[in-house]
Design a protein around this ligand. Structure first.
Ligand code: ZN
Length: 274
């Protein structure tokens, strides 16, 4: 990518040395980064093409694992009614819910909520990754929307996060994967979302209870993190569940989820037809 509106095809500019497919490229991420670091900026210019954001698929299209973190911002933890967050709350989203940055979403019920998030994309495998080495394992950051169907999530006898967050098109990630060197401070990124043009969530990742490096350390004590894996890092206060009465997504609503220095995801909702 060169800017928001122009990009290059990795396969073309590398004369076939690297694949365009994000999942194949992320497996060779370190090799690719060392190749790009030797390429002068002018090496990209001749190959630039206009980008159409509507065509974008998810920035990581075939992850082996998708983790998500609950209750990771203090005000959101409060609105969800939990007092304590000493350990991260970890669940999964399933890969068939992934989609690109511009999506039409069929609402499976009248209980679908929004959760704006920054998503970390793994670029280097590892177990037992210490927090102070964690950024070396991150290919980059992107915007994610952790759509959540609250009726499924809270149906007794116990919460069911994974299924409630894995309906079709419930996991947009995009529009771009931004390498961490592009941010003034990758631990302090402003994010939020707008519902029908009205700001409903805004915060900064520096207010996360468990930072991205700590999340990698915690996850990798149990599982091996692998290139292309995604970590939804938690949502700020301002979800629909926190309203009295709750305000969930309705047919015709438009949700724009954004993060500074990355871009925005735009989703429009419609009723599910039988
Ligand atoms: Zn979430």
């Amino acid at each position: 990518m060169i800017d928001d509106h122009n990009g290059v095809d990795v396969h073309d500019i590398s004369q076939g040395a690297f694949p365009s497919d994000p999942s194949e490229l992320l497996v060779r991420w370190e090799e690719f980064r060392s190749w790009t670091s030797e390429l002068a900026p002018l090496g990209w210019e001749h190959a630039r093409k206009p980008l159409n954001h509507h065509d974008f698929g998810p920035v990581a299209n075939n992850p082996r694992q998708i983790f998500a973190i609950g209750l990771n911002y203090g005000l959101h933890r409060d609105e969800a009614g939990y007092a304590d967050a000493t350990a991260p709350v970890i669940f999964a989203k399933f890969a068939s819910s992934l989609c690109g940055a511009h999506t039409a979403v069929a609402l499976p019920s009248d209980g679908v909520d929004w959760e704006a998030e920054v998503v970390a994309v793994i670029g280097r495998a590892g177990r037992d990754i210490p927090a102070d080495k964690a950024w070396d394992h991150v290919a980059g950051l992107t915007v994610g929307q952790d759509l959540s169907e609250r009726t499924h999530q809270f149906t007794p006898p116990s919460p069911q996060f994974c299924m409630a967050k894995s309906f079709q098109n419930f996991s947009p990630v995009g529009p771009f994967l931004v390498t961490t060197d592009e941010f003034p401070d990758p631990d302090d990124i402003e994010l939020g979302c707008y519902l029908n043009g009205q700001a409903v969530q805004t915060d900064r990742t520096s207010n996360m209870i468990h930072s991205i490096p700590v999340l990698l350390e915690t996850l990798s004590k149990v599982v091996e993190l692998m290139p292309g894996d995604l970590i939804f890092t938690g949502t700020p206060a301002g979800v629909g569940m926190g309203y009295d009465p709750p305000r969930y997504l309705r047919p015709g609503d438009e949700l724009v989820t954004w993060a500074a220095g990355i871009g925005e995801i735009r989703q429009r909702f419609h009723a599910k037809t039988a």
